[in-house]
Design a protein. Structure first.
Length: 127
């Protein structure tokens, strides 16, 4: 919660280079293999949806459209879980019928996983 309070205090400068720097610093502070996955995810999101801005969200690297978080990365260490998580908020356009996944467990990233993530991110920001 402390991280969230700090993020809210800095919300007025949303979408700035400071936000990108904060995300990159948060990723750099992660332990391996989460750091490696977060670096790859950051690159995939930026390449797949260049219009998304980077920011911290509850202390996690996140990517927002028009100030609203679309997706985020939760490292395994954050909540001492056995896997990292790539999550999508309700702002993501991933709807498929009456039920669809909004979070994915990650133990490692393969080329096929990276391709699937790219497709999901593109779909998430589609109008």
């Amino acid at each position: 919660m402390r991280e969230y309070v700090q993020e809210r205090k800095g919300a007025a400068r949303a979408g700035t280079a400071d936000d990108e720097s904060a995300v990159l610093a948060k990723i750099a502070a992660m332990s391996a293999p989460d750091r490696t996955m977060a670096e790859r995810l950051h690159a995939i999101v930026k390449a797949s949806a260049p219009g998304l801005s980077s920011r911290l969200w509850y202390g996690m690297p996140a990517y927002a459209k028009d100030g609203k978080v679309v997706c985020f990365f939760q490292d395994a260490q954050k909540f001492k879980t056995r896997y990292a998580t790539l999550g999508f908020s309700d702002k993501a356009s991933l709807d498929e019928g009456h039920m669809w996944p909004t979070a994915f467990a990650l133990k490692e990233l393969t080329a096929a996983d990276e391709a699937r993530i790219s497709v999901l991110v593109k779909k998430a920001v589609a109008e």
